[in-house]
Ligand binder design. Sequence first.
Ligand SMILES: [Zn+2]
Length: 98
Amino acid sequence: MSNKIKKIKRPWVFERKPFERTRTHADFDYNARKWRKLRAAQLTQFPFCKHCDQLNIITIATVADHIVPVKKGGAGYELSNLQSLCKKCHDKKSAKDK
Ligand SMILES: [Zn+2]
């Protein structure tokens, strides 16, 4: 991993209004390289949906889900707070979390 990107200072960035969109996950950046790496690690380690597995269905997981949502104080970057889910199960869980 390169650290070069971090060293480039872009003072003009802070002069813009950075967030106009609604933020459902306060301060959690799902585009962060750190997150994408963690998500990939989770899905490599646990490639099948955990919820489907409990129903004895094998489904390829596509979502690394926070077991305790970040907005509820869950750790954002901890593998121990992640579970692999398929999109269907994740959507169901997200609906419940709200
Ligand atoms: Zn599932």
